[in-house]
Write a protein that binds this ligand. Structure first.
Ligand SMILES: C[S@@+](CC[C@H](N)C(=O)[O-])C[C@H]1O[C@@H](n2cnc3c(N)ncnc32)[C@H](O)[C@@H]1O
Length: 263
């Protein structure tokens, strides 16, 4: 199958590890289901690749993509599959006249800050059966204080030269289960222990994706690459304890991120 895509979706398609974990999770889901009547939604379907993976196993798939240019490519990609209905719509407001057994929603980004995974799920979960499941199931967020070369917001180039030096332990600061209610406003006080003398000027956020009970995927180039957030410069010594207040709004962009040392 050859996919017609935008250049962004082409990069998503080239990320084999990202595709593999979603494919495995879809196979894991269907292996214990009666396949005759299964209904899936693929929200933020992009090129349609996850609908394509799911289509042999589902009676109906409703796929939704907001971006018109992408949608025009996706229409061609999914044209041959009678069990897929494709909508050029905003999934934060879309309504369905059927309930889904499975929602596939890969609108992930690091800590869910910049993409609309959380507002989309808040809307679409109304149409999930009581026994329904979501792929992915959730995420874990980790944080670490660092000295970074580039003193501005940026995503790490996974697999390329690392341009920051870790200075503290790495802590797990939040877990999100997509089946539960999610407060999009995150606020937390994070406690770090310094491991190496140096100058802190950033905090690195790493998001790990839990596809299902069996599959967990760390950052890949196109799935939650670590986010580096600048902080005020602070000289630290090994064994110092540093407390940081971190706030952001999921789905509202990295400009909502606020940080402050707690002295
Ligand atoms: C990270 S891409 C993933 C695409 C596809 N699920 C895949 O795995 O290749 C997220 C997609 O969600 C779409 N999107 C973003 N906000 C949306 C919204 N509110 N409603 C529907 N689609 C949206 C984007 O245009 C993009 O194509």
């Amino acid at each position: 199958m050859k996919f017609q895509t935008t250049s962004y979706h082409f990069n998503l398609l080239k990320d084999e590890q990202r595709l593999a974990v979603f494919y495995e999770a879809i196979l894991d889901y269907v292996k214990n289901q009666n396949k005759d009547n299964l209904i899936a939604f693929d929200v933020g379907c992009g090129s349609g690749v996850l609908s394509f993976f799911a289509q042999p196993f589902f009676k109906e798939i409703f796929s939704c993509e907001i971006d018109s240019k992408t949608f025009n490519c996706t229409k061609n990609n999914l044209n041959d599959f009678d069990n897929i209905s494709l909508f050029n719509d905003d999934a934060t407001a879309i309504s369905f006249n059927k309930k889904a057994d499975l929602i596939i929603c890969e609108m992930l980004d690091t800590a869910l800050i910049d993409e609309e995974q959380v507002p989309v799920l808040e809307n679409v979960k109304k149409y999930l059966k009581d026994t329904g499941e979501i792929i992915p199931q959730g995420i874990f967020n980790l944080a670490q204080l660092v000295n970074m070369e580039r003193e501005y917001f940026h995503y790490d180039d996974v697999g390329e030269n690392i341009n920051y030096k870790p200075l503290s332990n790495e802590i797990l600061y939040s877990k999100i289960n997509f089946l539960e209610d999610i407060n999009p406003k995150f606020e937390g006080t994070l406690d770090f222990k310094i491991r190496n003398d140096g100058e802190i000027n950033g905090v690195k956020i790493t998001t790990v994706t839990k596809l299902n009970e069996n599959i967990v995927c760390g950052p890949t180039p196109m799935l939650n690459p670590p986010l580096l957030i600048p902080l005020d410069n602070l000289n630290v010594k090994r064994n110092d304890l540093i407390r940081l207040n971190l706030k952001y709004i999921m789905g509202k962009g990295i400009e909502t991120i606020k940080t402050e040392y707690v002295r």
